[in-house]
Design a protein around this ligand. Sequence first.
Ligand SMILES: Nc1ncnc2c1ncn2[C@@H]1O[C@H](COP(=O)(O)OP(=O)(O)OP(=O)(O)O)[C@@H](O)[C@H]1O
Ligand SMILES: [Mg+2]
Length: 228
Amino acid sequence: MTPAGALLTARDLRKAYGPTHALDGAEFSIHAGEIVAVMGPSGSGKSTLLHCLAGIVTPDSGTILYNGRELSAMSDAERSALRRTEFGFVFQFGQLVPELTCVENVALPLRLTGAGRKAAERTALGWMERLEVDDLKGKRPGEVSGGQGQRVAIARALVSGPRLIFADEPTGALDSLNGERVMELLTEAARSTNAAVVLVTHETRVAAYSDREIVVRDGRSRDMERAI
Ligand SMILES: Nc1ncnc2c1ncn2[C@@H]1O[C@H](COP(=O)(O)OP(=O)(O)OP(=O)(O)O)[C@@H](O)[C@H]1O
Ligand SMILES: [Mg+2]
């Protein structure tokens, strides 16, 4: 795989948990604006790969370059700043802060980078409108449905204008109708802002929203030719 001009490239990633080789030479690359699905059986290393690419988990060996800079050469503070400003995250269960209202949740990444409350909530509400959840602004996460919560989580992932969104089974807890809608909204929003997406999923139906598919098996990743 030639990583020329890639936004993020990973080479020969290895990560062991005791005797378990969660990653065993995984490779990855993604270009600006590209949507890449990461597929593979349970336990194959998909989440570990995503967490390493996002700088959340440190691999035992291998290199990860984001915009030409090696993640392992950055300080913890630089890596967290990168996560706050360049990356967005959506997980299987929205992981919204239960004590905050939906609009406060969406505004949180902006507040963490120093934006004032009013301006942050105005921008947040704009994203909530696009994700069709602006009517939920005053509710807390415990008062909204799973699909609504995921849309709020997507608005939060997009609010700071990330270049790269990491999504780990974003539709895993939803029924198929809600899952389709969440995928449509996520991919539309990513395409409209030219954000790249690393999308971990079990479901071929969800992977169909991607430009390219990678298959992870036993901690190794392979490009999969899409059958057209
Ligand atoms: N923190 C951890 N401690 C110990 N073992 C771990 C840890 N995280 C992952 N593993 C192991 O590493 C392997 C890969 O796990 P990972 O979560 O990456 O798989 P996955 O492909 O995301 O699976 P799923 O589809 O079920 O989410 C598994 O055998 C798992 O048990
Ligand atoms: Mg997983």
